[in-house]
Write a protein that binds this ligand. Structure first.
Ligand SMILES: Nc1ncnc2c1ncn2[C@@H]1O[C@H](COP(=O)(O)OP(=O)(O)OP(=O)(O)O)[C@@H](O)[C@H]1O
Ligand SMILES: [Mg+2]
Length: 434
């Protein structure tokens, strides 16, 4: 057995059978924060470091290759450090960032990171080579992003006799995801059919002993305000895909330096129990680029200002939620001299509208956002999560969507709306001239 330096590491009990199964497909659906990603990362690091599985190699996939860096790669790196200790892990694992790759120095096992976004990325999967042994394990993180045809390509990779390499090896694909839609192919393929090759699993944040009280409270708020979202992200039950507000977002790796854009701004939605979300936005040819994000819970303004040092450009306009002028003042004093509150009126109106309600204000911004492409840098993992979940409310009686956004887990979306204020105003003034 391998020598684990850190004796503190622990698994959540709910994953015991999941970690032990040798079924070809092990499929973990679960709520947000149920511990799926951390569990799979720790499970694989332990196995790949263990001479018992010598010859095993792991392919880690996100639909978009670049999103690996801040999700699966970061998770696996954290698992290595936790298991072997910060001062010792480099003796056991070699970690390369460019391109992403990990190699266990004792077993020779490798972890390779790829995507399946387009033909080019799919082709790269066919040509993967390993140093020792064979590719035997594949982890599809956020598996609902994949298409069923992607699985056929991967299945082709996991073939051939393993006995000659090491009789302890077995082929396996691991799926982790939130069950966003009952009409998803993953449900039909793995959950609606009994097959001895399938091991399906369910977990919720309540199974995760490492979740703190604040997370529980946020979930309870979501249960109240967004019952549909709570079903998926709180209970880990199959939900439905409809009602998404912004479907024009695209995760894309792009150069975030200022020369790349016509203009740039910052948007901030203040929060403490909710997230405080700050986005740097770039604008080019009418499209919006989300370049970086700060997304933190339960931090004072001064702590957030420290976090922002070196990450945010103090010369940019920072559009903030106008409800908290004291916090805007603190940002100004910290050198963000162009920090200012947004005026919450529908921007198409030349003058603030008497009795303008919050709903038409937000809806006018949504209309504006819908008319362009929103490119999101892969490092903005919380913005990506929010845009994929931000939905219209449902009328309780008719069960139809209404034109009012669900007002929870929308902090990055608020920062996005605020951050576009200058661009929205430009359009208003053109309309006024006309
Ligand atoms: N075995 C563990 N040891 C220590 N902390 C853990 C463990 N499992 C989970 N956690 C904590 O719980 C948090 C949520 O876990 P994780 O990110 O794995 O959830 P998830 O099921 O992947 O959520 P999502 O569906 O949102 O991706 C982690 O950020 C970590 O702080
Ligand atoms: Mg996860």
């Amino acid at each position: 057995m391998i020598e684990v330096v850190n004796q503190e590491i622990g698994f959540n009990k709910v994953f015991k059978d999941f970690n032990e199964t040798k079924c070809r497909y092990r499929v973990a659906k679960g709520s947000a924060g149920s511990g799926k990603s951390v569990n799979v990362a720790m499970d694989y690091i332990l196995k790949l470091s263990d001479p018992y599985y010598k010859g095993a190699n792991l392919l880690v996939l996100r639909k978009t290759e670049d999103t690996n860096r801040d999700s699966t790669f970061a998770e696996l790196e954290a698992a290595i450090i936790k298991i072997f200790g910060a001062s010792y892990y480099q003796n056991i694992w070699l970690i390369r960032r460019n391109p992403l790759m990990m190699e266990c120095r004792t077993t020779g096992s490798r972890i390779i990171f790829r995507g399946m976004y387009d033909e080019r990325q799919r082709e790269k999967i066919k040509s993967i080579t390993v140093k020792v042994g064979k590719l035997v394990w594949i982890w599809l993180e956020e598996a609902t992003e994949f298409e069923e045809s992607d699985i056929d390509i991967l299945d082709d990779r996991l073939r051939g006799d393993l006995n000659e390499i090491n009789p302890n090896l077995y082929y396996q694909m691991t799926f982790t995801f939130n069950p966003v839609s009952a009409s998803h192919w993953i449900k039909a393929k793995f959950f609606d059919v009994e097959d001895e090759d399938y091991f399906t699993h369910h977990s919720t944040y309540l199974d995760n002993r490492f979740i703190d009280d604040a997370y529980h409270k946020r979930m309870m708020r979501r249960k109240e305000r967004d019952p549909d979202g709570y079903r998926v992200y709180g209970l880990g039950d199959w939900g439905e895909l409809g009602g998404l507000i912004l479907t024009n977002g695209e995760i894309k790796n792009f150069n975030i330096t200022p020369d790349n854009f016509d203009s740039m701004t910052i948007g901030q939605d203040f929060g403490y129990n909710h997230a405080d979300a700050i986005l740097t936005l770039g604008f080019k040819d009418g499209d919006v680029y989300v370049c970086n994000e700060i997304y933190v819970y339960e931090k004072d303004t001064s702590e957030i200002i420290s976090l922002a040092e070196g990450k945010l450009d103090k010369n940019l306009i920072m559009w903030c939620d106008s409800a908290e002028p004291d916090r805007i003042q603190m940002w100004k004093r910290a050198g963000y001299y162009r920090a200012q509150g947004v005026t919450k009126t529908p921007f198409q109106q030349a003058k603030p509208m008497a009795g303008a309600n919050k709903k038409s204000y937000i809806n006018s911004q949504i209309d504006w956002l819908k008319q362009r492409k929103i490119y999101i840098h892969p490092s903005c993992i919380n913005t990506i999560k929010e845009i994929q979940q931000w939905k219209w409310k449902k009328d309780k009686e008719t069960n139809q969507y209404i034109d009012e956004p669900v007002d929870i887990f929308d902090d990055a979306m608020a920062a996005l709306r605020y951050g576009c204020t200058s661009q929205m105003q430009q359009r208003t003034s053109i309309l006024e001239v006309l």
